[in-house]
Design a protein around this ligand. Structure first.
Ligand code: AMP
Length: 394
């Protein structure tokens, strides 16, 4: 019986596949990694046996093998009802998810210059699934789309206006699917309609961004033209003085080396000199490692400054929400961040925070806190499956 919705997330060297039933319950997921390399691997989540891939397997081959494995294991019977794809950049063209046809593909290609590392591989995933399932409706769900509601004062940079008009230089924002899910979940937890719920949503994983959501809509966000702006991240610097480029050029550092430094060698990794893994950094800091402690301090202070900044965008606030691997799991990061925000009347409950809000309906704030603070596990795959169902009219 055909009752599955497939969610495809193809990255530069990996592809993740999730399988939902038509009621949006997750049935299985799988991951193929190190694609286009001799040691490409694949695995169904929770299964110890690796899945054999051809040597140097590419995205198309990996997807084919994963689909065959789902079929052999009877997780997928027949064709899926719909396929949802994560697509990183939708530019100004896509304000919401879109059914994939020739025009959609052309429009995704057109904005690929804004996300050269992501959109082309997202398209490889789309084309691979079109070959495998030519008659199944496919839907593109964009990381940027949710932020298309930003007012112009929030998305324009103070640059000559032709930069925007000729080259599309503006703030686009990312992690939109996760921030959208946060406001839906926060609304449910607070028993309010989502379109009347206003939150500050902090998505803290290896990539980090924060969004001000007013009455269900994104109205300000920390990531910009690219996912490099804003908060300190695992290996990305977040905000730096734009004068840095000129200064480093004077030191003989090339533009491509500055790009590599800001994207791959900075953030928690750069500050600590050890790792981009927050859990390891917390363990090292606990043992007295000073660079690890500094990395956590800079991360939390920058985050607190951004939470403060986001209040300038909002008319009211129902909750501050933490999500992502760090936001959901690191009581230390939440505590150290909120400590900076006593002027806003934000207060943690140490015990609820330590339990990550698991016993308290996701709340980690003290009863006297001016605004509730919540931890909510993100679920971008679920949103993509829901959007695929909606647009495929299931
Ligand atoms: P993500 O990209 O959402 O998977 O998040 C990855 C980040 O979450 C890494 O920095 C992990 O170290 C961090 N993380 C996951 N679990 C924990 C934990 N229990 N404590 C602190 N950080 C964690």
């Amino acid at each position: 019986m055909e009752d599955s919705i497939l969610v495809v997330n193809s990255g530069s060297s990996s592809v993740k596949l999730a399988l939902f039933d038509k009621h949006h319950q997750k049935k299985a997921s799988a991951l193929a990694e190190k694609l286009n390399k001799t040691d490409a691997t694949a695995q169904i989540t929770g299964s110890p046996e690796p899945i054999a891939l051809p040597e140097n397997a590419n995205h198309q081959q990996a997807l084919q093998v994963l689909i065959e494995t789902f079929t052999q294991k009877e997780l997928l019977q027949g064709q899926p009802l719909a396929i949802g794809h994560r697509v990183v950049h939708g530019g100004e063209t896509f304000r919401e998810a879109a059914l994939i046809d020739i025009d959609t593909i052309a429009a995704i290609k057109k904005v690929s210059g804004l996300a050269p590392l992501h959109n082309p591989v997202n398209l490889v995933g789309i084309e691979a699934m079109q070959v495998l399932f030519p008659s199944v409706p496919q839907v593109a769900v964009f990381d940027t789309a949710y932020h298309q509601s930003l007012p112009e004062r929030a998305y324009r940079y103070a640059l000559p206006k032709h930069c925007y008009e000729d080259w599309g230089v503006r703030r686009y924002g990312f992690h939109g699917t996760s921030h959208y899910f946060m406001v839906q979940e926060a609304a449910r937890l607070l028993s309010k309609p989502a379109e009347k719920t206003s939150i500050i949503s902090a998505h803290l994983g290896n990539g980090c961004s924060i969004t001000a959501i007013q009455d269900g809509k994104s109205i300000d966000t920390s990531m910009g033209l690219t996912p490099l702006e804003g908060l300190v991240m695992g290996t990305r610097s977040g905000d730096v003085d734009p004068g840095l480029f000129d200064y480093l050029a004077g030191q003989g550092v090339s533009a491509s080396d500055v790009h590599a430094m800001l994207n791959n060698e900075s953030g928690l990794l750069g500050l600590s000199g050890h790792t981009n893994d927050m859990r390891t950094l917390c363990e090292l800091a606990e043992k007295g490692d000073k660079p690890a402690r500094l990395a956590i301090d800079v991360f939390c202070f920058r985050l607190a400054r951004y939470i403060g900044a986001m209040t300038a965008s909002l008319r009211h606030l129902d909750a501050v929400v933490f999500t992502g691997g760090i936001g959901e799991n690191s009581a230390e990061v939440r505590r150290e961040t909120i400590k900076h925000l006593s002027l806003l009347g934000l207060m943690m409950d140490p015990e609820l925070n330590q339990q990550h809000g698991k016993e308290s309906g996701n709340r980690v704030s003290h009863a006297d806190s001016r605004f509730p603070i919540l931890t909510i596990p993100t679920n971008e795959e679920l949103v993509i499956a829901q959007e695929a169902s909606r647009l495929a009219r299931l």
